[in-house]
Design a protein around this ligand. Structure first.
Ligand SMILES: [Zn+2]
Length: 325
């Protein structure tokens, strides 16, 4: 088995996360690997509260629950179900749709939808800390719109949303770290804003001859524009970035069929996060200990903030008003 895509078997995972207490223990160990540290006064050491729920600080006497201040806070769903969802979204190469998750986990459709977005949000926060470097292929794609078959083809942004894809080129056929983000439009302003936030200054950027990219040099990048060869030949010319775009499109259609445009940034974040964890060990533990991809999601969840359900529902990645997709 490729060590980079390792994951526990489902029966093993279920056995290890069968009870609320077992899941709380996993969160606690990940949050305080060296033992409890009070988030209020930074005092190390505390008395364990019954049922592994949390600790009472020896220094200030305040109680801290294991889940407070993490993305696990305020879950109504039992933690074994949340952990199963974490397994299904991370260990499956194709992720999982809300409908399937509701069925597998045994919860309502809306609960599954919210839960998946919480997981995606943690993935998004985790990847926000990383920047692409070296040689990067950049291209735009248009995703969404109507279901396949009835689809509006081409670049009509009335139904489709442009997505900027950035892919580290490690070798002729070797992809490094990737980042895909929806953009309001493909103007120079929109594209450079995303590129400036996601790619390290000084990096080399390969793009087609789209004029929106011409200001890259002024922004401190080494710009390498190439006239697109067109059709299948340009798919080979920009092989690595086109592969990710095509994977994203088939994943959105295959797993999700319909994605809400307002939440598209979360879908692209999930796609990027999973691809990055499969390709490379960017956030491997410092001691070099191997982790499964679900372990890495646990790390992301513990480090991420709580995201209220009302906020998830109102979420919109761009200020621009969008027509219903
Ligand atoms: Zn304290």
């Amino acid at each position: 088995m490729n060590p980079l895509i390792q994951s526990a078997s489902l029966p093993d995972f279920l056995a290890q996360h069968a009870t609320q207490e077992a899941c709380l223990a996993r969160i606690r160990e990940r949050r305080w690997p060296q033992g409890f540290v009070c988030p209020h006064c930074r005092h190390a050491g505390g008395y364990a509260l019954p049922g592994r729920r949390g600790f009472e600080c020896i220094g200030c006497g305040r109680q801290t629950s294991v889940t407070s201040g993490t993305a696990f806070a305020f879950f109504k769903l039992p933690l074994p179900k949340v952990f199963l969802a974490m397994y299904l979204i991370s260990a499956n190469k194709q992720g999982i749709s809300g409908k399937s998750l509701a069925k597998h986990v045994g919860c309502s459709g809306p609960t599954a939808w919210h839960l998946l977005h919480k997981l995606r949000h943690a993935m998004q926060e985790r990847d926000e800390g990383y920047r692409l470097a070296g040689l990067i292929e950049v291209d735009e794609a248009y995703v969404g719109g109507l279901a396949a078959g009835a689809g509006v083809r081409g670049r009509s942004t009335k139904h489709k949303t442009p997505v900027l894809a950035m892919v580290e080129k490690m070798g002729d056929n070797l992809t490094g770290y990737i980042a895909l983000r929806p953009v309001a439009d493909v103007t120079s302003k929109s594209l450079l804003k995303v590129i400036g936030a996601k790619i390290q200054p000084g990096a080399q950027i390969r793009t087609d001859a789209l004029s929106s990219y011409t200001a890259l040099t002024q922004r401190g990048f080494v710009h390498r524009p190439e006239v697109s060869l067109g059709g299948k030949r340009s798919a080979i010319q920009f092989k690595l970035v086109h592969r990710q775009i095509s994977n994203l499109k088939s994943w959105l259609l295959g797993t999700h069929r319909n994605t809400c445009r307002r939440h598209l940034d979360l879908y692209t974040a999930e796609f990027s996060w999973r691809t990055n964890r499969r390709n490379r060990y960017r956030d491997a533990k410092p001691d070099g200990q191997e982790q499964t991809i679900t372990d890495r999601l646990l790390t992301a969840m513990v480090a991420s903030r709580h995201w209220a359900w009302t906020k998830i529902r109102k979420h919109r990645w761009t200020r621009r008003k969008m027509t219903a997709a």
